[in-house]
Each structure stands twice: as C-alpha cells, then as structure tokens.
Design a protein around this ligand. Structure first.
Ligand SMILES: Cc1cc2nc3c(=O)[nH]c(=O)nc-3n(C[C@H](O)[C@H](O)[C@H](O)COP(=O)(O)OP(=O)(O)OC[C@H]3O[C@@H](n4cnc5c(N)ncnc54)[C@H](O)[C@@H]3O)c2cc1C
Length: 502
C-alpha cells in the first residue's frame, strides 16, 4: 500500500488533537488525525468541561478585571502545587494563551456559563461548557471537517518512522478485522496528542507510579500512554510520571444516559439553556440540568465525616473512611463499594453546606437531586435488610457490619460520627476508585517539540495535551482542558509553520 502523505499528522482525536488539527489546517496545511477508538472524543468528552481562564469576554461582561499574570501567581496557591516540580515557562505560556483559546472555542460555537469562583483563585475564572463536554468535540470536529482535515477512526498509531534522526511519519494499524498496517508520512511534523497513561499496563505504570495507583485503572480505558511510549522509543522522556489525580472515589456514570443528555450541543440550544437558568425556578430546573450529567461525579468526603460508612460487595466494611478510603476500594471485590448511612446523616445532605457532590450545571448536587436524577446509584429502604437486598449484598453481613460499627462508636458518644440507627437507610453506589488522569507527559520545549537526548528537540516530533504535559502542574479545576486546547492549538500552529521536508 502506498504511503499517505500529509503536512501534519496528529495522533489522537481528543480535545488536544482536534484543536491542533484545526490550528494547522487553518494555515492551509493538509492534516490527518489518527484515532484508535471507533469514535473521537477521548477523555475530553468524558470530562466535566470547565476551563480556567482570565481576560475573556465572559469575565469582561461580568465586570471582572483580571490578568494572565494574576492567574500565573494564583496557580501556585493550590494544595498539591510543588514549585520545584513545575515547568514555570509552560505555565506562563498557558495563562497567556488561554484567553485566545476560549475566544476561538466560542467563535467555533462553544457556549460557556460563568465565570465561577474557585478559591484560591482571587477572581472568578472557571468557564463551564453548556450543556456538556461533548460540545467541545462536536464543534471542533465540525470546524476541522470544514477545513478539510482527514479524520481516521479505528487507526491505532503504533510506531514512529525515523529517517536520519528525524521523525518522518508513523505506522498505524486498523482496528477492523483486516488489521491492516498503514504508513503515514508527515512533511512538517507529527504531533502526539494521545492523552495520559492512567489506564496503561501495569508494567508501564510501574516505571513511574507506586502504591494504590497501581491497583486501579483510569476512567478512560483508552488512556494507555501510547504517545509517551512512542516518544520514549525515539529518545524522549516522561516527566512527573508519578503524579496523578487520584486515586479518587467517583460514582459510575449513568449506565443509560438520559434522553436529556442527548439533546443538541448547538449554540441556539445552549443559549436557550442559559436563559432558562436565569429565569426558571430551581426546583423546575435542577432535575433538567442534572439530566445532562454523563460524567463521573465525586462524592464529598464530608459524607464520611458525618457518619457514612463504606461497604464492599460482600457487605463488609473494609477501611477507616476518614483515612484515605480511596486507597482501599481498589482492593475490594470488583473494585467497588457502597456508601451507606442512616436518615440522620441523610437529613444533613439535603441542603447547603453539605452537598453530595459538585455537578456541572447546578454547581452542587444534594441528596434530593440524586434521589430524583440518579436512581441508578441511590437506594433508600426502611430497614437495613431491605437496603441490603436493593444493593444485592448479603443481608446478614450488612446487618452485622452496621451493628459492629455502632458498637464501636458507642465508646465515643462525643464524636461527629454517630451510630447508624435511624431509618430509612440510604446508600450511594456502586462507587469506584479511579485514577482520574495522570500527569506524566513527554518533556517538551516552549515550541512543543519533544525533547530527546541532551535536552535537544527531536526533529519533526511535537507533543501536546496530556501526552505533552512537559512538567507543567495543573492543580485546581479547569487547567487540564485549558492546557489540552491551548497546547494543541500552539503545537498545531508550530508544526504547520515548520519547514517542509522534501
Ligand atoms: C471525569 C473527568 C472529568 C474531568 N473534568 C475536567 C474539567 O472539568 N476541566 C479540566 O480542565 N479537565 C478535566 N478533566 C481532565 C481533562 O479532561 C483531560 O486532561 C483532557 O481532556 C486531556 O485531553 P487530551 O486531548 O490530551 O487527551 P484525550 O482527550 O484523552 O484524547 C486522546 C485521544 O488519543 C487517542 N489515542 C490514544 N492512543 C492512541 C494511538 N496509539 N493511536 C491513535 N489514537 C490514540 C485516545 O483514544 C483519545 O481519543 C477531566 C477528566 C476526567 C476523567
């Protein structure tokens, strides 16, 4: 089969890859995206969808005076920020270029609500996509196709083609029954935009990670670190591979997404939604907005502080819920658990300040929200035995688990956690522990070129998004998508402007 030749080849059709493709194609270059899954979208399409940015039209409309310089400073204030591990040059590039990225997304059809506050950011900066994160993919895909980008799904990039020390292209294998190997040559550059390695094989993860992270998988099973491996095979290296967002307890997403979640992501619909959010009363609006939620929501730790316990599929309690319970769920049968509590605890989670989880659209979701919108992960019953049946855990074991727990607490009547005695009894789950995403990406320079031996760029090879995170620390919400779209945009532009190989 003859080689296919493009100016720019992009590995991965998530947010980074699509933005990189749009950016290169807009400069008149021929571009192909190779996506190993049957659908584009990646982790980007599974995300909550917030982006943290300053100096945007939304900030200005809200009368907020803000700047990239202040944003740069505030990123250091988040817990988890380790100054000596951060790539401050890439952080500067991020904050200075996010405003333009948001502007482009809006011009392409994306609608945001906000900006929402998120301390320690000194100003409200969080832009939340309406109605959900698949809107990014839909609008970017449409823009790419308009510019003639070739998008090949079911094409697994397997090996970079090197010629005289320069990356010239890539070999990919089709995922259909024929499993054909195809060669793609790039005149200007190959961009690795293949996501993180939270779901990589154990032997790969063991090179960087340790402890509970090794027991559990990533939320996106396609995040197998392929770009990191491809880059390493030609001399690149991974930085911050031991850092990850997780383990973190999250509910499974709805098994059957609601009809509401299938409503269009177009601008007119998003604007209608914004109007409804401003005018309709909360009781009418909340169930509707929660119907859009298709992502993995994280239960608040406060549930455990106020007395909820964790039980596994056998009905047994397996850890101290106040001491990193997320590290233990991965060791349980089917790696899942239920959060069980009585009506005294339940009463406290019906309104502010005790929320069950944050949730896109409504900000915070309370117990009545879950009862209405997520019957698939919420159960309520008059007795422990009935609750056990609803959860399909052994009745006698759950009864004993709760009796033992209550007996233990009897010795400490002054503590915040009280015995679980008041019916009805409630449960959330199954919940699992996940690596939401890993932070280890290829080392890159400020032009998004992958760095090889002696810290020199590998000619013809770029990386962006999670695959090319380059050591920048993205603590807080909304920085990962900000990085994905911004680094993708700049990497696409740089590859497009590189001198062509004859
Ligand atoms: C539940 C959840 C919620 C989140 N919410 C937010 C949020 O609100 N705000 C925020 O900033 N961040 C959020 N994030 C993080 C954010 O979504 C990711 O950091 C970001 O989407 C990564 O984008 P990417 O393009 O680098 O990777 P992806 O979107 O994962 O795209 C990579 C693509 O490459 C493909 N691929 C992989 N290997 C190959 C190969 N060998 N050949 C071809 N294709 C390949 C994959 O299939 C995938 O489609 C969230 C993440 C999760 C899991």
């Amino acid at each position: 089969m003859a080689d296919s030749v493009f100016d720019v080849i992009i590995v991965g059709g998530g947010g980074t890859g699509l933005m990189a493709a749009w950016s290169a194609a807009r400069l008149g270059r021929s571009v192909v995206i190779l996506e190993k899954c049957e659908q584009i979208g990646g982790t980007t399409a599974l995300s909550v969808g917030t982006i943290c940015a300053t100096s945007t039209r939304l900030q200005k409309a809200a009368g907020i005076e803000d700047s990239p310089a202040e944003h740069y400073e505030d990123m250091e204030k988040f817990p988890g920020f380790i100054p000596e591990r951060d790539n401050s040059e890439l952080r500067k590039i991020l904050v200075e270029n996010i405003p333009e990225t948001i502007g482009i997304l809006v011009d392409l059809g994306v609608t945001f609500m906000g900006p929402l506050p998120e301390p320690p950011h000194r100003k409200p900066r969080l832009h939340a996509i309406i109605p959900h994160s698949r809107g990014y993919i839909r609008h970017l895909e449409r823009a790419c196709r308009r510019l003639g980008v070739t998008i090949l799904t079911g094409h697994h990039a397997e090996e970079l083609i090197l010629e005289g020390g320069r990356v010239r292209g890539i070999k990919a294998r089709t995922s259909d029954s024929e499993s054909v190997e195809k060669r793609f040559l790039a005149k200007r550059g190959v961009i690795l935009a293949s996501g993180d390695f939270s779901s990589a094989s154990l032997d790969y993860k063991q090179r960087y990670m340790s402890g509970p992270l090794l027991q559990i998988g990533g939320i996106n099973p396609a995040s197998t670190g392929d770009g990191q491996r491809l880059g390493e095979a030609v001399g690149g290296s991974v930085i911050n591979g031991d850092l990850a967002w997780g383990p973190e307890i999250r509910f499974l997403p709805p098994s059957r997404p609601s009809i509401i979640s299938k409503l269009p992501t177009s601008r007119w619909f998003a604007n209608l939604l914004l109007f409804a959010m401003r005018t309709l009363p909360q009781p009418v609006l909340r169930p509707f907005l929660l119907g859009f939620v298709t992502t993995f929501l994280a239960p608040s730790h406060r549930l455990f502080e106020l007395g909820a316990i964790l039980v596994n599929a056998k009905g047994e309690r397996f850890c101290d819920e106040l001491n990193r319970p997320q590290d233990y769920i991965g060791l349980q049968p089917d790696q899942k658990a239920f959060i069980v509590f009585d009506d005294t605890v339940a009463e406290q989670f019906k309104s502010w300040p005790n929320y069950i989880s944050t949730a896109p659209g409504v900000g915070y979701a309370f117990l009545p929200d879950y009862a209405r919108s997520r019957p698939d992960i919420y159960a309520r019953a008059g007795t422990i035995a009935d609750l056990a049946q609803k959860l399909r855990v052994p009745v006698d074991v759950l009864e004993k688990t709760i009796a033992d727990y209550n007996e233990k607490l009897a010795g400490n009547p002054a503590g915040a956690r009280k015995p679980l005695v008041k019916g009805p009894f409630h449960a959330f789950g199954p919940a699992k522990s996940w690596i939401v995403f890993s932070e280890g990406g290829l080392r890159i320079d400020c032009e998004f070129r992958v760095l090889g031996q002696h810290g020199l760029p590998i000619p013809g090879l770029y990386a962006a998004g999670s695959a090319g995170q380059g050591g920048v620390l993205l603590e807080g919400h909304g920085h990962h998508l900000g990085w994905a779209f911004t680094s993708g945009r700049l990497a696409g532009r740089n590859a497009a402007l590189a001198s062509p190989v004859q």
